[in-house]
Ligand binder design. Structure first.
Ligand code: GH3
Ligand code: MG
Ligand code: MG
Ligand code: MG
Length: 311
């Protein structure tokens, strides 16, 4: 009934799709009430180098979304007690999975039923039995598009840093991790000093250039594991996992000093720009409470004359 899988052919196909670059395996969630079908899918996906998570009980969908964080979801149409369309609606109600690709895989051949299912939140309709190469090609295309869309959605376009929403999302994640691993973690807020005056004196494009140069500066100086976000206009947020507050203060103080020494240029005029920083070490509180403490520390730095770091 199912076409035989030729792993050699599949791998060759994948390599042409990825142009030889190694990509993180796509995480694919499969829901099918037939255990045999689900197992077959698992074999095909794994041979294609993807990470498969299989469920046969529709009731497990919410748990599977949380536990597995799929990038692509394959749904059977007809299952005892519910349909794939109903499951698609449940998935779409979750903010995080609002735009995850959903692919129906069903023996249903009635085109009007297929179109109806697509209109209710599906992105593709594939029919069983399916040629594994067709399936894998579809998953690759959907997965690649989903990833590039996601990459755009989480970044700030001026600086390329993480945007406000994603920075908070990362902070939530790092809090969970710090709790699990019982590691210290710090959150720092940076605000450029008298930036309005920089814009007023030298013009908005020069202001933009300084925002980009500070972003580059932070990226170069901080560790790969630190997360840097543009929190607001001329405000930046930095998450420092596995870092003690005193270490965070030393690092940020050095960055502050070095940045303040850079000569900025606007035409033939030269000037310096400084920033103020507030740091809060995580003490078991919520992300919001941690942000508020960092913000208060930043305010203290401003009150103390700017160009300084407060812990
Ligand atoms: P303070 O030292 O108290 O922080 O003074 P400030 O002038 O930096 O603070 P204020 O909040 O009054 O001004 C922030 C300025 O940042 C106002 C705004 O014009 C500028 N700004 C915000 N976003 C951007 C941007 O994307 N590009 C440019 N060029 N300027 C921006
Ligand atoms: Mg079924
Ligand atoms: Mg500000
Ligand atoms: Mg400012």
């Amino acid at each position: 009934f199912y076409p035989a899988v030729d792993p050699g052919q599949l791998i060759e196909k994948i390599e042409t799709y990825t142009h030889g670059n190694t990509v993180e395996p796509y995480k694919v969630l499969v829901l099918d009430d037939s255990r045999a079908q689900a197992k077959y899918m698992e074999t095909v996906l794994k041979k294609a180098g993807m990470t498969a998570h299989i469920i046969t009980d529709p009731m497990q969908i919410i748990h599977a979304l949380e536990a597995f964080s799929p990038e692509i979801i394959i749904l059977d149409m007809y299952m005892p007690g519910c349909t794939g369309m109903e499951i698609a609606r449940v998935i779409r109600q979750q903010d995080r999975f609002h735009s995850v690709p959903i692919i129906y895989l069903s023996a249903e051949e009635d085109v009007s039923k297929q179109l109806h299912a697509m209109s209710l939140g599906g992105d593709d309709f594939l029919t069983k039995p399916i040629d594994p190469k067709h399936l894998i090609a579809t998953l690759h295309n959907r997965g690649r598009r989903a990833r590039s869309l996601l990459a755009l959605m989480i970044r700030d376009s001026l600086t390329g840093l993480f945007n406000h929403t994603h920075t908070l999302h990362l902070l939530e994640q790092e809090i969970v991790r710090a709790r699990q691993k019982e590691q210290p973690m710090c959150f720092a807020m940076i605000d450029i000093d008298y930036f309005k005056k920089v814009n007023d004196t030298f013009g908005h494009p020069i202001g933009d250039r300084i925002l980009r140069s500070l972003s580059m500066f932070l990226k170069q100086r901080l560790r790969k594991t630190d997360h840097i976000g543009r929190y607001g206009g001329e405000e930046f947020a930095i998450i420092l996992p596995n870092t003690r507050p005193s270490d965070a203060r030393n690092v940020l103080n050095e960055i502050r000093e070095r940045f303040s020494e850079l000569t900025q240029q606007a035409g033939d005029r030269e000037f310096n720009v400084t920033f103020s920083c507030g740091i809060a070490g995580w003490q078991g509180e919520s992300a919001q409470a941690l942000c508020e403490r960092a913000d208060r520390a930043l305010y203290t730095s401003k009150e103390h004359g700017r160009n300084c770091v407060t812990l």
